[in-house]
Design a protein around this ligand. Structure first.
Ligand SMILES: NC(=O)c1ccc[n+]([C@@H]2O[C@H](COP(=O)([O-])OP(=O)(O)OC[C@H]3O[C@@H](n4cnc5c(N)ncnc54)[C@H](OP(=O)(O)O)[C@@H]3O)[C@@H](O)[C@H]2O)c1
Length: 361
């Protein structure tokens, strides 16, 4: 990325270029550094937002996109104890890459090689492909932080998951089923919802009004599916009008989890002066005794690093036991990076969209 543009589509076509650079000079690296030969890099929503300069985490171009990636260890410094050459690994986006600050911010996954500190390296969970590995931590940590740490979702409860075909949404479907909850998943495409159902959702609701193309009311369906009671928990990574309709679909005392706002991506900077579309109705919050919880997975863990310890332990254990299997619908070759980003921008994928940087194993 050589410069930001107001719109990601513009940034992708005008300011993103592939160019030859020399491989990292190991003589210039720290003794605790690791060089990873990258195999797969996730194409994520945050990668898109960053190209517009609107994302809350600042970084200055030029930089290499690709928050999360997987690969094979190519070189280790003399003091590295956590991995060795030839190991298949995933690289932790909380510690290295564009979502961090400092020495390793410049090393993103849209490249053949990256340098990361050894604390960023995790062994590839057993049975994961490289494509699944690059699509694991960020999405499942978000779903865990929202549903389990903040939402305290329990077995026997019902959760309404919006944007369920998305990267964090599908991870939320998987984790909600793992804790024993009933899942009602929403989306705007029959084809994608069919995959979401195959992936574990108990019920799916199509939310697009066929006439207007906007949101259609779904509260009656949700009430019917919950015996008239409403859901215990809402997982909302979409925002906009769906939030109020969701509150009308909740039980008294339910927990509403603010995960993100995929429907209003430019809200961070006011979208050229428009009023903020993500306003929530205090009358419903008050009269239904709702608990509205903001759930930032990265910022919360930065403020209190202990938050991350249990969630990493649980997720790595569940993955190792075969209880989590990230789903990746689309894989693009490295040359097609622009197409991959636009595919993600247009919400064409289910679960993961991946750039296969190299096919060597
Ligand atoms: N809380 C956190 O810590 C955290 C962490 C990561 C991401 N996020 C945020 O969560 C949101 C989703 O991220 P993601 O990675 O899951 O994105 P994603 O993979 O693009 O998925 C978002 C899903 O939302 C749905 N959607 C998009 N635009 C919509 C619209 N106008 N109306 C209704 N639904 C729409 C789409 O599903 P359909 O096409 O099927 O409707 C899409 O698959 C983003 O705002 C992101 O910044 C938050």
């Amino acid at each position: 990325m050589t410069a930001f543009s107001e719109h990601p589509q513009d940034a992708i076509s005008k300011h993103m270029k592939r160019r030859e650079v020399s491989v990292p000079d190991v003589n210039a690296l720290k003794s605790t550094d690791v060089v990873v030969a990258i195999r797969s890099s996730a194409v994520g929503w945050v990668d898109l937002l960053m190209t517009s300069g609107l994302y809350q985490h600042s970084l200055q171009p030029p930089y290499t996109p690709g928050l999360e990636y997987s690969g094979v260890v190519e070189w280790v410094g003399s003091d590295v104890t956590q991995t060795s050459v030839g190991e298949k690994v995933i690289v932790d986006a909380f510690v290295s890459g564009p979502r961090t600050s400092g020495d390793y911010q410049k090393y993103g996954g849209f490249a053949s090689y990256a340098v990361a500190p050894q604390e960023a390296i995790h062994a590839m969970p057993k049975g994961f492909s490289f494509d699944q590995g690059c699509h694991f931590l960020g999405n499942y940590e978000t779903a865990y932080h929202c549903l389990i740490a903040c939402g305290e979702l329990k077995a026997g409860e019902t959760v309404l998951i919006h944007g369920a075909s998305g990267s964090t949404g599908l991870a939320a479907v998987h984790l909600a089923k793992l804790v024993g909850a009933t899942v009602i998943a929403t989306g705007r495409s029959e084809e994608k919802l069919a995959v979401v159902k195959e992936q574990g959702a108990d019920h799916v609701i199509h939310t697009k009004d066929p006439e207007t193309g906007g949101l259609r009311s779904f509260r009656k369906e949700v009430k019917a599916l919950t015996g008239g009671r409403g859901v215990d928990v809402v997982y909302d990574p979409v925002g906009g009008p769906i939030s109020e309709e969701s509150m009308r679909s909740m039980c008294f005392g339910g927990r509403f989890l603010v995960v993100g706002w995929a429907s209003t991506p430019f809200v961070a900077k006011g979208e050229k002066g428009k009023a903020n579309p993500n306003q929530l109705p205090t009358n419903l919050i008050m009269m239904k005794g709702l608990k509205v919880l903001g759930c930032p997975a990265v910022i919360s863990a930065q403020k209190d690093p202990s938050i991350r310890v249990k969630r990493l332990q649980d997720l790595l254990a569940w993955a190792g036991e075969g209880n989590i299997q990230p789903y990746v619908s689309d894989v693009f070759s490295f040359e097609d990076y622009r197409e991959a980003l636009l595919h993600k921008w247009r919400s064409k994928s289910v679960g993961g969209c991946v750039l296969r940087v190299s096919t060597d194993v």
